[in-house]
Design a protein around this ligand. Structure first.
Ligand code: COA
Length: 192
């Protein structure tokens, strides 16, 4: 794969595929993925991929234990309302019936439209390869383009990896408005 110009910032190779938010990604160990916007047909793949997650990953991402993604919930996650939502999936470059989703980043606008909440997950041994930072940076980019004032995430207070990632991208830490045990990480993108 021919590396793109920005590749040196991340320990993997990226190649733009000429469609918005679509890139081929090759990790240092040779594994290949497609990074692209979530689509409705991803619902069954989300369900299969969810089964690979550890209970701790599920707790960190969804804030409570979930045993499986029901077809209804998977469908809700996969069908993106593009006016107020953005989601990228990192899909294995394999035949469609085998390919799993290894990482997801999602942004949802609040009702008022000037703040948006992100959520992210990078599964299993894909961690610690810069993918979380890259996906969250792309979410920030989308939010900026959308004119959003504040991008925030709700993070369990014992989730040091996520807190460190957020810190490294310039998010500041605040008490959550509603939940104890949860902190809010916030990044000001423009003056509200
Ligand atoms: C948090 C998460 C997304 C990080 O993804 P990742 O791909 O492993 O992160 P990256 O490799 O891009 O790491 C970026 C930075 O995050 C921090 N970080 C990531 N994992 C860390 C760990 N285990 N311990 C400490 N810092 C960590 C570091 O600052 C790291 O920078 P460095 O590699 O230069 O030290 C991933 O651990 C995850 O999906 N966790 C479960 C779900 C979750 O917690 N979601 C958050 C809900 S909003």
């Amino acid at each position: 794969m021919t590396p793109s110009r920005q590749t040196r910032r991340y320990p993997f190779t990226r190649l733009s595929l000429g469609r918005p938010w679509c890139e081929a990604i090759e990790l240092a160990d040779g594994r290949r993925f497609l990074l692209r916007p979530m689509q409705g047909s991803d619902a069954p793949v989300l369900r299969r991929s969810f089964l690979q997650l550890t209970p701790n990953e599920v707790r960190m991402r969804f804030m409570h234990p979930i045993k499986e993604l029901t077809p209804q919930y998977a469908s809700k996650l996969a069908h993106i309302d593009t006016k107020r939502e953005f989601a990228l999936v990192l899909v294995e470059a394999k035949p469609p019936d085998e390919a799993l989703i290894g990482a997801v980043v999602r942004v949802v606008l609040d009702e008022e439209g000037d703040q948006a909440e992100f959520a992210i997950i990078v599964g299993g041994d894909l961690k610690r390869q810069g993918l979380g930072r890259y996906l969250l940076a792309r979410a920030v980019e989308w939010a900026r383009k959308k004119g959003i004032a504040v991008l925030y995430g709700l993070v369990l207070e014992d989730n040091e990896p996520m807190l460190a990632l957020a810190r490294s991208l310039g998010f500041s830490r605040h008490h959550s408005r509603n939940d104890s045990g949860v902190v809010e990480v916030r990044k000001l993108l423009r003056q509200p």
